[in-house]
Write a protein that binds this ligand. Structure first.
Ligand code: HEM
Length: 127
């Protein structure tokens, strides 16, 4: 039986592990520390909800927070090309650490790269 969505293929446990591994790295990344809260518990909880629906699972994020409007929600933070690269590097390392396999690894990383590009709102020199 072929899975219909990334969510079905990898399951909620892996999504949770992925998000934990990701914010472990975010909390130590010099370019990202200045814009993230010190306590990432709530950020991680929301990201688990968001990625669950982003990967085709239940709409947990919308149920609690309404439409994601991700670009608007990121406007208070200066997201430069370097911060986009840092975010994606943390995510790539987290995908490797949690042993998410092909074809899901590439499918996930491509979708997140497109979304991360869309989140940029500040040129490097204005940081
Ligand atoms: C929230 C940074 C890309 C999804 C946040 C927050 C920051 C941030 C600083 C606020 C954390 C908090 O106050 O709790 C960044 C940077 C990115 C990036 C530097 C680099 C491009 C993305 C991408 C996604 C995403 C690609 C989705 C695939 C979210 C979600 C939240 C969030 C769901 C929580 C929104 C809420 O408060 O409800 N991000 N982000 N972000 N980000 Fe990002």
């Amino acid at each position: 039986n072929q899975p219909n969505t990334i969510y079905e293929a990898i399951g909620p446990e892996k999504i949770s592990e992925l998000v934990e591994a990701f914010y472990q790295r975010v909390s130590k990344h010099a370019d990202l520390i200045p814009i993230f809260p010190e306590d990432l518990t709530e950020t991680a909880r929301k990201q688990k909800q968001f990625l669950t629906q982003f990967f085709g699972g239940p709409a947990l994020y919308i149920e609690e927070h309404g439409h994601p409007m991700l670009r608007a929600r990121h406007l208070p933070f200066k997201i430069t090309p370097a911060r986009r690269d840092a975010w994606l590097a943390c995510m790539e390392a987290a995908l490797i650490e949690t042993e998410i396999e092909e074809p899901y690894f590439t499918a996930i990383f491509e979708r997140l790269t497109m979304t991360a590009n869309h989140m940029m709102n500040t040129p490097e020199e204005e940081k």
